[in-house]
Design a protein around this ligand. Structure first.
Ligand code: SIN
Length: 507
């Protein structure tokens, strides 16, 4: 295998977290490795809602932090939430300075939308539902123009390089079918989430938890992998990935109805359409399971303004034969975001020296059991920047011998079986019998393929969902509907290998 040396920071992944880290590492040299071209293949570019930040005169970081903690259902680290909220306004302004065209009011202030579980309209947006693409466009242009960043497109992460002391010393990537080791003092994983492990996702389907699985295989501590967020209102027009009907529509007054025309959310939560995202997802799931169907009716709230106010949702609906100006939009929950990930500190450092993580593949502690709407782009920018700065300060360590082995990949058939199983058994509602069936399926696939990172990521999710014998936030167990004393899951892969039934620290 060819070996290259890079005297600087390696960043794997080119979503908002990866690009923020790369920009912040200046003047240290950065080699940015990405499978797709910039602004493609990452969830950031698909985000509709925008970035939550306490920018308004009647808002404050403490209020934003409190909403973040409340949404996270007992598992958010309050200090990390406070840090995120405090650095939020500056992060939005920095992106605006790079050229992100946030919507403004006539006086020049940021226009901000209301989304579920926020106590204030707090989401800075771009042309209604265009935030992710527009922000990523601005940041991609800045990254391409930055003299310290070299972008390598078409590089697929295949392994993490460690030395015999366990220190991470770089990565193995596959470029044009050839494996190459790239050795560097600091490696940042910004590889995104696990949407592609589910049958229907709102994220690019190629995101199958590669970074998470490889970090776990290298021995990193993983936090809360059982917590997967399902967006309640993916547009149900038989597509995967499924286009999203942004939560901002409900903030504007769009209502959820079933096939009988009943506005059903009041039966599930006093905040009705603006209840926390997990509650809305389960309500929609229940209506659909009961055969009543679920539809987002924005005909009154948005109606004829759809093309200007929500152009992305409008185009997606039209492409599926729905005119949302006059018709309710059929909706279903779809995998949207992974709250769990590789545990990091506030500077993105994981439990493995030399390895950093940022964005959806990381677990900073700000999302807990249920991420607050529009906190993900914010987390990517705030913690991506902090991570890039910290990684840039990493000196090249004294060398111990390197040990390198690329992880196996998955086959299409295996991935299809895995995706069906994950949706069936580790979805919006779960129980022990289903999770055990899923774990047996994962073991069957591992026996044929070996420890592919996608299978490892799936196993972490399923095993920790089985071990969490309670319901909390996005993790709902029909056989354990009550909450137990709050406790995070912090786990290494070896813990799962040793004990099928992982137990919580609190027990
Ligand atoms: C949305 O626009 O509904 C999604 C925003 C988010 O996931 O935070």
């Amino acid at each position: 295998m060819e070996r290259l040396r890079h005297d600087g920071v390696l960043v794997v992944g080119a979503g908002l977290a990866g690009l923020s880290a790369a920009l912040a590492a200046a003047p240290r040299k950065v080699l940015l490795l990405t499978g797709a071209t910039l602004n493609h293949g990452c969830s950031s570019a698909w985000a509709q809602g925008g970035m939550a930040a306490a920018l308004a005169a009647d808002d404050a970081p403490a209020l934003h932090a409190a909403d973040t903690v409340a949404a996270g259902a007992g598992l958010v680290d309050p200090a990390m939430a406070q840090l995120l909220a405090e650095e939020g306004p500056a992060a939005v302004r920095a992106l605006a300075a790079l050229g992100a065209p946030f919507d403004r009011r006539p006086g020049g202030e940021f226009a901000q939308s209301l989304e579920a579980a926020h106590s204030r309209p707090r989401v800075a947006r771009v042309k209604g539902d265009q935030a992710g693409g527009a922000i990523m466009q601005a940041v991609s242009v800045a990254a391409l123009a930055a003299p310290h960043i070299q972008v390598r497109v078409g590089a697929k992460l295949r392994g993490i390089l460690q030395d015999t002391d366990g220190r991470v010393r770089g990565v193995i990537v596959e470029i044009a079918g050839r494996l190459t080791e790239i050795v560097a003092p600091a490696t940042v994983l910004a590889t995104g989430g696990i949407g592609g492990l589910y049958a229907v996702t709102t994220t690019p389907a190629e995101l199958t938890g590669e970074g998470l699985g490889l970090a776990a295989l290298a021995g990193a501590v993983i936090g809360d992998p059982e917590f997967v967020q399902f967006h309640p209102t993916a547009i149900d027009i038989g597509r995967d990935p499924a286009p999203l009907a942004t939560e901002a529509l409900r903030g504007e007054g769009a209502v959820l109805v079933n096939a009988t025309g009943e506005r059903f959310m009041a039966r599930y939560h006093p905040d009705a359409e603006l209840a926390p995202r997990d509650v809305v997802a389960r309500a929609i799931h229940a209506e659909r399971e009961a055969g009543r169907g679920a539809f987002l009716d924005a005909t009154e709230a948005v109606g004829g303004h759809f093309p200007e106010e929500f152009p992305g949702v409008f185009a997606a609906c039209l492409s599926g034969g729905i005119d949302p100006r006059v018709q309710p939009i059929p909706v279903a929950p779809a995998c949207h975001y992974h709250m769990g990930g590789i545990v990091t500190d506030a500077e993105g450092l994981t439990s493995l020296p030399g390895l950093y993580a940022a964005g959806e593949c990381a677990s900073t502690g700000v999302h807990g059991a249920n991420r607050l709407a529009s906190n993900s782009l914010l987390e990517a920018a705030v913690f991506g920047t902090r991570t890039g700065r910290a990684a840039a300060a990493q000196a090249d360590p004294a060398t111990a011998p390197l040990s390198a082995r690329a992880a196996p990949g998955t086959s299409e058939a295996a991935l299809a079986a895995l995706r069906a199983g994950m949706s069936r058994d580790a979805g919006v509602v779960r129980d022990a019998a289903g999770l055990m069936r899923l774990l047996a399926e994962i073991e069957r696939l591992e026996a044929t393929l070996g420890r592919a990172p996608a299978l490892v990521a799936a196993r972490l999710t399923a095993a920790c969902a089985l071990a969490r014998e309670e319901s909390r936030g996005a993790h709902f167990r029909t056989d354990a509907p009550a909450a137990r004393p709050a406790s995070r899951t912090l786990v290494r892969l070896a813990d799962l290998d040793g004990a099928r039934a992982l137990r919580f620290a609190a027990e």
